[in-house]
Design a binder for this molecule. Structure first.
Ligand SMILES: *Cc1c(COP(=O)(O)O)cnc(C)c1O
Length: 366
């Protein structure tokens, strides 16, 4: 039996190889590699896809988060309410600006529990930073309401949710500013590091545009202290190809997820749930088992590669040891960190591979 890889970027590339190669050659032959027309076009196309006015390309998703918080003037002494069940980059976006994260537990959808947000608000709270984890939006309308009532800014971390919708709203279009990663494995992936922020506020967009380019609007006139975090022309051109096929690749993963949801009938396995009114683009197909480590070993022995997202939640990360904000009780986040396992899911997966995964999960005796 041949191994089923967790992800296969080569396979995903080969689905549209010719278009990617043409885009790359176009940039190589253009003689223009940073801050040019490819980026301008990608930014316009991505803003239109999300349904917002502005998009600013940056170096990666982590920089998008750091610069978004900075552009909102959030720093030392300010608190940001944030999902405890997330990738650590979300929390780093806050702490890298000297602000204080206030971690909130998740619900059964693995998203921030909207019912716990209001009691976490203090006089120092400036914003709520949510993650649309695994490919599904958090409860955007309810959370937006809470923010408006309490005069708080809303930031969305959409690094895993390109194309996800909640009702009629696309993830990334509800927050005051939203952050995307285009790391190669993400639903929209570059061929290296890349990221972006999107917003309806042109002033905020201009601020990020300045911050990503040393803090200067005009070359050599530095108004603020920024960093160098630009999405280069080569990645922008490749992302334009990926964006034109995003709906199609999301549909391919959704179809694989449907097969898993119907085919996996092992009673010891908890399958992912989708909120009524929302869709799920399955960046990650997250299952749970009380015997997660044994399940992972069993799948490995059946030739199925898996990963854990994430074994250590941010408040337990060694880098934050001793920080006051980590002294919180997040029972579900901790439970899920011990039980979660991600199954292979990527566009271009073969019928045989899908079947292998299903029967391997079903044959686990946990
Ligand atoms: C991938 C990811 C990031 C970071 O993006 P990079 O482009 O790798 O810097 C941030 N938040 C979440 C939820 C992610 O999954």
């Amino acid at each position: 039996m041949s191994a089923v890889q967790f992800a296969n970027l080569k396979c995903t590339f080969e689905l549209h190889q010719q278009e990617y190669e043409e885009a790359a050659l176009r940039v190589l032959r253009s003689g223009w590699y940073v801050l040019g027309d490819e980026l301008k076009n990608f930014e316009a196309e991505f803003a239109s896809y999300v349904g917002v006015k502005e998009c600013v390309g940056v170096g990666c998703g982590q920089d998008a988060l750091i610069l978004a918080i900075r552009a909102l003037d959030i720093g030392r002494g300010d608190e940001v309410i944030v999902a405890g069940n997330t990738y650590i980059a979300t929390v780093l976006g806050i702490t890298e600006n000297g602000a204080t994260p206030v971690l909130v537990d998740c619900n059964d959808y693995y998203e921030i529990d909207e019912n716990l947000i209001e009691r976490a608000i203090t006089k120092n709270t400036k914003a709520v930073l949510i993650t649309n984890l695994y490919g599904q939006c958090a409860n955007l309308p309810t959370i937006k309401n809470i923010c408006e009532h309490n005069n708080l800014l809303l930031v969305e971390d959409c690094a895993q949710s390109h194309g996800a919708v909640f009702g009629s709203q696309k993830g990334g279009s509800v927050g005051d500013i939203s952050c995307f990663s285009f790391y190669p494995t993400k639903p929209l992936g570059a061929f290296g590091d890349a990221g972006a922020i999107v917003t309806d506020d042109p002033v905020l967009a201009d601020k990020v545009r300045m911050l990503r380019n040393y803090g200067s609007k005009k070359k050599y006139y530095n108004e603020s202290t920024g960093i160098n975090s630009r999405l280069d022309e080569l990645q922008a051109a490749l992302l334009r190809v990926g964006l034109s096929h995003l709906e199609e690749s999301n549909s391919m993963r959704i179809a694989i997820a449907q097969r898993y949801l119907l085919g996996i009938n092992n009673p010891s396995i908890e399958l992912p749930k989708t909120r009524p009114g929302a869709n799920h683009v399955y960046h990650i197909f997250a299952i749970r088992s009380k015997c997660r480590d044994a399940l992972q070993k069993h799948l490995e022995s059946c030739g199925v590669q898996t990963q854990i997202h994430y074994p250590i939640p941010p408040h337990k990360a060694p880098c934050y040891e001793g920080e006051t904000f980590t002294k919180v009780s997040l029972p579900l986040t901790e439970k899920f960190a011990a039980e979660q396992l991600s199954l292979p899911i990527y566009s271009g997966m073969s019928e045989e591979e899908i079947e292998t995964v299903i029967s391997a999960v079903n044959s686990f005796e946990g």
